[in-house]
Ligand binder design. Structure first.
Ligand code: 5GP
Ligand code: MN
Ligand code: MN
Length: 333
């Protein structure tokens, strides 16, 4: 899928060849693609002799730890003391906008205004990417950011070792729902086959992503399913999770990943949503089946994403968020 950004690719390949030091960051509330791409790129760069460090904002959820097993470099939790300016470039993965680097964004922008450093490299597959980097490699046709990293590695002739292969496979499998979503293609399946040649075990990745829940997570799912409501004559289905649901089950927002699919997977439903009461506000996840561009709707509320999977964050209470968003979605289904 590399076509329109070929100049940026050669600049990137040169940067990787020169080595140097890189910080690697993904988006807040990270998913499998984000973390798999981070771990994969980290391993590839380390293998090529460069210096890099992954920075995350929270502990890595257990189901994604597999991507980090065998990692050659360190992972640090972000804090204000991390010297962001002390690297040749900061590489943002799977982030459509600089806002997605939120915990670090304000400081990063301040430092860059003062010192011109660090350079920002933006590697992503969201079609609404704002091209916020000094170098931008945005490939909307890629199924996952992990796929872009794999293409880069092959173009650069970097050695793809087992750990990198597993991390990149996890990234691609997470963002394609194990080849069930609309971004699945022959091309992407063939790429995963190539990673299997390095010894990657799909069953192991499946177990890790989808079958390693704590009991509380299944109880949380039960509470979410009980909240199911429909609208627009059954074309919209939505779930709600309140703070109390997380408290009573000993879980957190990182545990609701995938729940929104139950709303989407109802016969006759075009849009499935989940509304979740969280520290930062009401998080809304959108999924659609056939025609509705949910990234356009999320975009009206300051969010974004892909045509069939998007999200936004609202600063109001849960009931108000449901009312506002459902009223907007009803206009379009
Ligand atoms: P999820 O619903 O799984 O959190 O996210 C689905 C897709 O929407 C992902 O591609 C994610 O990057 C994007 N997304 C989710 N929340 C936001 C948001 O608040 N802002 C933006 N720009 N994109 C989001
Ligand atoms: Mn993501
Ligand atoms: Mn992604």
């Amino acid at each position: 899928p590399f076509t329109s950004e070929s100049d940026n690719i050669s600049v990137l390949l040169q940067a990787f060849e020169r080595g140097g030091s890189f910080f690697l960051m993904g988006h807040i509330d990270p998913d499998g693609d984000c973390l798999g791409a981070l771990a994969g790129l980290s391993n590839l760069l380390a293998g090529a002799g460069g210096d890099n460090e992954i920075i995350v904002y929270e502990e890595i959820p257990k189901k994604f730890e597999l991507a980090f097993s065998g990692l050659k470099t360190g992972v640090s939790l972000y804090d204000e003391d991390i010297p962001l300016e002390d690297c040749d470039a900061l590489i943002a993965l799977d982030c459509s906008d600089i806002d997605r680097l939120k915990p670090a964004r304000d400081r990063l922008e301040r430092i860059r205004e003062q010192s011109g450093r660090p350079q920002l490299i933006n590697i992503d597959h969201h079609e609404d990417n704002s091209h916020f980097g000094n170098i931008n490699l945005v490939v909307p046709s890629a199924a996952a950011t992990g796929e872009i990293i794999l293409d880069l590695a092959e173009k650069a002739g970097l050695e793809i070792d087992f750990s990198a292969a597993r991390a990149l496979a996890l990234a691609i499998l997470a963002d394609t729902g194990f080849f069930r979503y609309s971004n699945t293609s022959r091309r992407v399946i063939e790429k995963v086959l190539r990673l299997m040649d390095e010894g990657v075990d799909l069953y192991e990745i499946n177990r890790s992503l989808y079958a390693s829940h704590r009991p509380g997570v299944i109880q949380l799912l039960g509470r979410a399913l009980t909240s199911l409501r429909t609208a627009a004559g059954g074309k919209i289905a939505y779930l709600k999770l309140r703070n109390i649901d997380y408290q009573l089950t000993g879980t957190g927002p990182e545990d609701r990943e995938g729940f929104v699919n139950y709303a989407r997977d109802i016969d006759g439903v075009e849009v499935g949503l989940i509304f979740s009461e969280e520290e930062e506000g009401i998080k809304v996840s959108f999924r659609s089946n056939e025609y509705l561009r949910v990234n356009d709707i999320a975009g009206k509320f300051g969010g974004g994403g892909h045509p069939r999977a998007a999200g936004c964050l609202l600063d109001c209470d849960l009931d108000k968020a449901v009312e506002t968003i459902i009223a907007e979605v009803e206009k379009h289904v």
